[in-house]
Design a protein around this ligand. Structure first.
Ligand code: APR
Ligand code: ZN
Length: 235
């Protein structure tokens, strides 16, 4: 990807710290007043005055070099997430493989939502080869159980969640590639941090209805991914 270097990305979200506090950097666990404990490849020369930075919005402080190392370990999308409080700087994206998201209305009610119809979302992701953003670049990944069908009540709140899920899909945050906690299989497509209901009339897996807290839980999980109600309006 062309554009800013990792150092430039990190610097953009940082404020200068003249005298670091007597605390440890929670990335490397070494004192902020000393050098970064990060032992990987050099991240380029940094002056002593720039060795510690404060994240502009949340105020948490780290070694500059530790933040650059953390950024380099991620998918380098120009965004940064505070490892302490999860505040997101920039727009967070994920590593969901290519595929399709579709939805339509079905004329039946979900348990717990007797007054409305149902939105069915269909995700389809074929197997493929892992890219540089995945755990094992160049190695194949499998994709089990696709198309995956998911359900939301076709209520005002359900439609709001759908709008935000569409944003999450565009940002590649619905699925990722890794090890399935259900099957133990590695190098496979797995749900990311946003829960979906995959059962319609029953609740055998715990991923069905009724579940009165579900929409609130999903909105919170989306917020952790940096997707809020404003996103549903503008995109
Ligand atoms: N439906 C919805 N969410 C599920 C399901 C399911 N049947 N099983 C697990 N999850 C949730 C888990 O609660 C966890 O939060 O997905 C997250 C990741 O779990 P993994 O087991 O790692 O994910 P994955 O392998 O993708 O899913 C397992 O879900 O939709 C089905 O066909 C899919 O059988 C597969 C199962
Ligand atoms: Zn550090």
């Amino acid at each position: 990807r062309k554009g800013k270097t990792p150092e430039e990305v990190v610097k953009k979200y940082l404020q200068k710290v003249k005298s670091p506090p007597e605390e440890d950097c929670t990335i490397c666990m070494e004192p902020l007043v000393g050098p970064s404990g990060y032992k990987g490849p050099a991240v380029g020369p940094i002056s002593r005055a720039d060795s510690v930075g404060r994240l502009a919005q949340c105020g948490h402080q780290y070694h500059f070099q530790c933040l650059v190392a953390m950024y380099n370990n991620g998918n380098k999308d120009g965004s940064l997430q505070c490892p302490t409080c999860k505040t997101i700087y920039g727009v967070k994206t994920g590593n969901q493989p290519a595929g399709k998201m579709e939805y339509h209305i079905i004329p039946h009610s979900l348990p717990g939502h007797p007054d409305c119809k149902t939105i069915r979302i269909i995700y389809n992701i074929p197997p493929g080869i892992q890219g540089p953003e995945h755990p094992n670049p160049g190695k194949p990944f499998t994709a089990r159980g696709f198309p995956r069908h998911c359900y939301l009540p076709d209520s005002e709140r359900g439609r709001k969640v759908l709008r935000l899920l569409l944003v999450a899909w565009d940002r590649r945050l619905i699925f990722s590639v890794g090890t399935s906690s259900t099957t133990g299989e590695s190098d496979t497509v797995i749900w990311n941090e946003v829960h979906h209901k995959t059962e319609f009339g029953s609740n055998l897996t715990g991923h069905g209805f009724p579940d009165p807290g579900h929409l609130d839980n999903v909105l919170e999980e989306l917020r952790v991914q940096g997707i809020t109600e404003d996103d549903g309006l503008t995109e």
